[in-house]
Design a protein around this ligand. Structure first.
Ligand code: 3HC
Length: 315
């Protein structure tokens, strides 16, 4: 069958809502887009542990420590789950991991900001996981079977992450004036990076044409961003906090919250590697890979002694 005919058949499958499975024929560009998105999603989950891990030993109570430990462990699991999903596309996790460690692949730029106070841990759960849930429940409707199924499982855990984050922020906001100010400062610092997190505006989103034609992304960046803003602004107000945007207003006609300008120069500055923590995050991950190599070597040696075939990270 000619390539054109295969493409037409493939698009019919996508348009009829069928799931594409690893062994199905797919255009190379479809495979490439999925490999890019899923691997970068996995890198984001792994790097996302670093800013939060910074507060595990300093959580203000045993209950908060246990919740944060559980969340960070969940993120590690999400990363490994997504590396397994990307391997169904014919790449190895070593290859994609080396890509981001060598600066050739991205991860979510929001994790290049520091967590300065305990309230930042609340802001990450509330805002970052809040945006992630809205984006990921959309991705769960995507056309590639392994990715959409991974999203269903991951979203269940994200809901716990989001609730525990909002509870931290809400509790601080009802506390002493100093605690309320800590929560407000965190919202001031994380609001813009959170509304940037689901990607550049639709008119400057080079991948969206393909990722939406092939239903990898079933809704656009701006639609997801607006849904996140509409959900989050009332939560801030319920906690007695102010969204750091003096142009924010509610449009009675559309039923949406309208923001002032979003700082896309800052977004691209951080995406391009010039955020406050980019270098530290990559160095931490390079160190972890190097210091953890003995575990892989030991497991491989044990497997060899047991007469099993050579263990690789993908098994
Ligand atoms: N951080 C870094 N880079 C970003 C970005 C962000 N927040 N948003 C977009 N970009 C990059 C894109 O990767 C792309 O660069 P590339 O072509 O080199 O990959 C470029 O900016 C243009 O963006 P597009 O809109 O054209 O790209 P997409 O169509 O892929 O849309 C996306 C961007 C919405 C992030 C989409 O890739 C996506 O939904 N990815 C899967 C979800 C994901 O990665 N989430 C990360 C958060 S994980 C997380 O929050 C963990 C939580 O549990 C704490």
């Amino acid at each position: 069958m000619e390539e054109q005919e295969k493409l037409a058949r493939f698009q019919e499958r996508i348009d009829s809502g069928q799931k594409i499975e690893p062994k199905d024929w797919m255009p190379e560009r479809y495979r490439k887009q999925l490999t890019r998105m899923i691997s970068q999603h996995a890198h984001s989950e792994i790097v996302g542990m670093l800013p939060e891990g910074n507060w595990i030993t300093r959580a203000p109570s045993l209950r908060r420590k246990v919740a944060l430990l559980a969340k960070v462990q969940d993120e590690a699991g999400h990363g490994l789950y997504l590396y397994s999903a990307v391997e169904t596309l014919g790449v190895t996790r070593e290859d994609v991991i080396n890509e981001y460690l060598e600066g050739r692949a991205k991860y979510s730029s929001i994790f290049n900001y520091p967590t300065l106070t305990w309230a930042d841990i609340g802001a990450i759960g509330w805002l970052v996981d809040g945006a992630a849930i809205i984006n990921q429940t959309m991705l769960a409707r995507g056309s590639y079977g392994p990715y959409s199924r991974a999203m269903v499982r991951i979203c269940k855990e994200e809901s716990f992450h989001n609730r525990q984050g909002y509870e931290i922020i809400y509790t601080l906001a009802q506390g002493t004036p100093e605690q309320k100010q800590m929560a407000q400062d965190a919202l001031n610092r994380w609001w813009q990076p959170a509304i940037q997190m689901v990607g550049p505006p639709d008119d400057n989103s080079p991948n969206s044409a393909e990722t939406m034609r092939w239903q990898i992304k079933v809704e656009s960046n701006d639609v997801i961003r607006q849904r996140f803003i509409d959900r989050t602004v009332p939560q801030a107000h319920a906690a007695g906090l102010t969204i750091p945007d003096d142009q924010l207003k509610f449009n009675e006609e559309t039923g949406h919250w309208e923001t002032g300008p979003i700082d896309w120069d800052e977004f691209w500055r951080v995406v391009k590697g010039n955020g406050p923590c980019n270098r530290q995050r990559i160095q931490d991950r390079i160190n972890a890979e190097r210091e953890g190599q003995w575990v892989l070597d030991a497991a491989a040696a044990y497997a060899k002694k047991q007469g099993k075939k050579q263990l690789t990270l993908t098994e």
